[in-house]
Ligand binder design. Structure first.
Ligand code: GLU
Length: 479
């Protein structure tokens, strides 16, 4: 059995520790909806000082892949959603699931069904013809096992309640009722002895002492089926909260174009984890009019009552705005690290130091890390620089070719390499040459950055340092 629920008896009575879990099926990457589910479960556990588990539901042996498991783990780590204890791999617990099916069988709460594929097909067709959903008719429920056809391996089915109703008080959807006659004797164990998804989820949630299940509302109907197992075993079901799915900006189901991408795609697009956390939080949870909510604040505030009942709409513009905010706030060294990684300079400490110094001038001008890396690239480019056409045109213009030797001579003699002094020198040069400041600054920008756009050029000069700046000036093309 897994880790027991921790009991906190400090107030003289027992308080159950909140235990949540994220239970992805590793059949695809960690998509944005899954990341939000993970975030809500993580926040709920952290808010209550509880436990957050990661359970990989890898029972579908054909569709589960190691690459997907890795992507889920990497995605959660990148998002900063740390789980407690070891990862639970559902497939490894199949013997335990089968054991519970056997217990239900022994207790007369489940039975062996020997229906053939043809019989089930007939039932399906009859239901279709009547315009009803397929429901197994329970023909082996009370039949004498002596009637079992020879050589047929049975499945194990649960005995669904025949009358009354099941009521689930959902943390988001409120009270939801289903007439029990709609429930069928679902399969717990297949004829090859493997457990079904419904059985595995319930047994694992029970054994892991999960107190709160927060998941997408596509699982709401499963809850009623899962309740049959809890009730038959005499187990207390966890508290359920089913969160509405994420839609595209047009209200339609979220598609790739709308942002239904893996978390790694957001990382590659240059979003910061803090921004994505804030965005995902607001995508379905609210606290008054607050839009910018730090993770610390989110842990303090998060509750089930703040989860909205209607589907939220994915909106890249909002995500970009939030990302801009977190970029401006971010620590320069941290940002420089992200940029260096994107530029393939993660192990170059000189480049890292230079980028860190450059961040204050760069970070307010970029929407995301990718843009930031593009804008910062010239700082750490190896000479000879690559020149954009417009920059090259400035450098080869006759007036620049005439002026450049003077610029080089003046700066070579400079002692003070700070932006203000460098600008002062440019003004002096412009005056003595009878040109405007731009006629000096533009060639400087072109020669030092290879481009016609950059942060303030004297700041750039200072950050590059005299040696590198002079080398770039001398190497600038003149033809
Ligand atoms: N493995 C299921 C899924 O990925 C989730 C099961 C659950 O949360 O109960 O959709």
């Amino acid at each position: 059995m897994l880790e027991p629920t921790k009991i906190n008896a400090s107030f003289g009575f027992q308080i159950m520790t909140v235990v949540t879990r994220f239970a992805p099926s590793p059949t695809g990457f960690l998509h944005i909806g899954g990341a939000r589910t993970a975030l809500f479960n993580w926040l709920y556990a952290r808010h209550h000082g509880g436990i957050f588990h990661l359970r990989i539901e890898d029972t579908d042996r054909v569709r589960s892949t190691d690459a997907a498991i890795e992507a889920i783990i990497d995605g959660l780590k990148w998002l900063g959603l740390d789980w407690d204890g070891e990862i639970v791999y559902q497939f490894s617990r199949a013997p335990r699931h089968a054991e519970v099916a056997q217990q239900l069988l022994d207790a007369g709460k489940a039975y062996r069904c020997y229906c053939s594929v043809e019989e089930l097909d007939e039932m399906r067709k009859a239901a279709q013809a009547a315009g009803k959903p397929m429901k197994y008719d329970g023909r082996w429920r009370d039949r004498d096992p002596k009637d079992a056809p020879a050589g047929v391996k049975p499945v194990i089915r649960i005995k669904a309640p025949l009358a009354g109703e099941t009521i689930v008080v959902d943390g988001v959807q409120g009270e939801v009722r289903v007439a029990n006659e709609q429930l069928d004797d679902m399969i717990l164990l297949r004829s090859d002895g493997t457990p079904t998804y419904m059985l595995s989820v319930v047994v694992d949630d029970h054994d892991m002492n999960i107190t709160h299940v927060i998941r997408g509302d596509d699982h709401l109907t499963n809850t009623f089926r899962q309740r049959m197992i809890y009730d038959s075993m005499g187990w207390t079901a966890p508290h359920f909260s089913h969160i509405p799915l994420i839609h595209g900006p047009d209200g339609a189901k979220l598609s790739k174009r709308h942002g239904a991408l893996g978390v790694e795609a957001y990382r590659d697009m240059g979003y910061l984890p803090a921004a994505l956390r804030n965005y995902l939080l607001r995508l379905g949870w609210g606290h008054g009019d607050d839009e910018i909510i730090s993770t610390q604040q989110a842990i303090e505030w998060f509750d089930l009552g703040g989860i909205g009942r209607s589907p939220s709409r994915f909106d890249f513009a909002k995500l970009d705005n939030l990302n801009g905010h977190y970029m401006r706030q971010a620590d320069d060294a941290e940002l420089a690290k992200g940029v260096a990684e994107k530029l393939g300079k993660a192990d170059d400490s000189a480049a890292l130091a230079l980028l860190t110094r450059a961040m204050p001038g760069l970070k307010s001008r970029a929407k995301n890390l990718k843009e930031l890396a593009e804008n910062a690239g010239f700082y750490v480019q190896q000479r000879p620089l690559a020149f954009a056409d417009k920059a090259k045109a400035i450098l080869v213009a006759p007036e620049t070719v005439a002026l450049m030797p003077k610029i080089i001579e003046a700066y070579a003699a400079a002692n003070d390499w700070q932006a203000a002094a460098l600008e002062e020198m440019a003004r002096g040069l412009a005056e003595s040459s009878g040109v405007k400041l731009g006629a000096v600054a533009q060639p400087l920008r072109a020669a030092l950055t290879g481009s016609t756009q950059s942060p303030p050029i004297f700041e750039v000069m200072e950050i590059l340092g005299k040696d590198e700046a002079m080398a770039r000036l001398k190497e600038a093309p003149s033809a």
